[in-house]
Design a protein around this ligand. Sequence first.
Ligand code: CS2
Length: 488
Amino acid sequence: MTRLNKNSLASLAKGTVVPGYDRSKVTPGIVHLGIGAFHRAHMAVYVDDLLARDPSWGIVGASLRRPDTKEALEPQDGLYTIAVRDAEGTHPRVIGSILSVMDANTEREELLALMADPAIRIVSLTVTEKGYCYAPATGELDQGHVDIVHDLAHPTTPKSAPGMLVEALARRKAAGVAPFTVMSCDNLPNNGETAKRIVTKFASLRDGALGEWVQQVAFPSTMVDRIVPSTTDADRAEVAGLIGAEDAWPIMTEPFTQWVIEDQFPSGRPAFETVGAQLVKDVEPFEHMKLRMLNGSHSTMAYTGYLGGYEYIAEVMGDPAYVKLVHGLMTEEAMPTLDMPGTDLGAYRDQLLDRFRNPALKHRTWQIAMDGSQKLPQRLLGTIRDRLKAGQGIERLALGVAAWMRYVTGVAEDGSEIDVRDPHALRMMATAADAGDNPEALFEGLVSLTEVFGTDLAGNAVFRKAVVGHLESLFDEGARATVKKVAG
Ligand code: CS2
């Protein structure tokens, strides 16, 4: 079978949507760090929609860790398929906005040179929570992080995202070139502010004058949303059948997509508002809504669902007790903490429940369960803090936290091993091993991870009682019975 690339583009199977602009006219205006599946299903699609109107915003993607995306997309001239799955079927569309992909490990110098080029006006990021090298509870740069230690010692050959951004900015400063705008598209609250705090801290640790200069860089916040399960071999085979060519890395996703962007781009930006993005003054309320409702539910379903023996989110949604739990978590516990005048939160919730139900999306609970230590603070703990302050109940949210604690012990209910993926996995599993099946000791050990829980929650009696109570039930009765009880 022929490979998807610029030569095969004209002969793809009927029904495949292809770029409606002349790719040879497109020039790079954006460097994107962290060219994973999410970016390719989200921002790259918005950019693909606007290149016909303005070809100066092509994307050069870079991966900081692994060369696999480059290896997949290079023979395809950067082209790949997004396959949108709904009840009617799978709809393939070839995206052309990614002009090339660089591997930061082997092409660091070329990548830094490009980032310093005046044509690049935006550097966007999807490096995941852990890519910020910060303490999730405080949002401060983790100066003891191994990559940060490395990058401060070797600032011109950085490995981390903050190190790359600051070295590129230093080169622009030296060349008298205005800074690019840094646009975080990661799932963090105040992602712009957070990126700014980390980048300016890192720059000032490198050199005071650079730290000052970096103050002028714009860091707009964004809220990003699209569910993107990992691609499987079965997905590859299906897409090949649909488009009539082999695509080494298609992306499977849902019809829904949302992007809310803080309008702060002194070096210019594409007309994102013409392709469905919302440009607003303050993104924070949108981020809270999304993180607390969508992601808070997702993480709760991931841990309780995995423990209960459910592989996919759509399966979890087939269990009425779980649906009741998530409905209650959103309605009773998350929604009252949000400040979204003019938004029908009930309708937003119902739309989320429908999205979770999408049977065509094979979204694994295990995938969402990854990196919990980086996700819990913004998804569950912030909501818990707000409610504790107001003297309100936290039963369902606390079950999410307890199920995470039970999950990171690394042992499933049937005694099999759980492949726990998390930057703190080893520490957490050692804590769990010490605690054995004593819920109190497990809580004690894990809540003392202050970079996750801060310093306030360990001593909060209401929080402790709720989480330890759920842990007891998870150990004694199992996840399904516990969900049923807590859902009411
Ligand atoms: C998920 C998110 O894997 C996860 O942690 O909760 O990736 C989620 O699918 C996206 O945030 C949806 O926009």
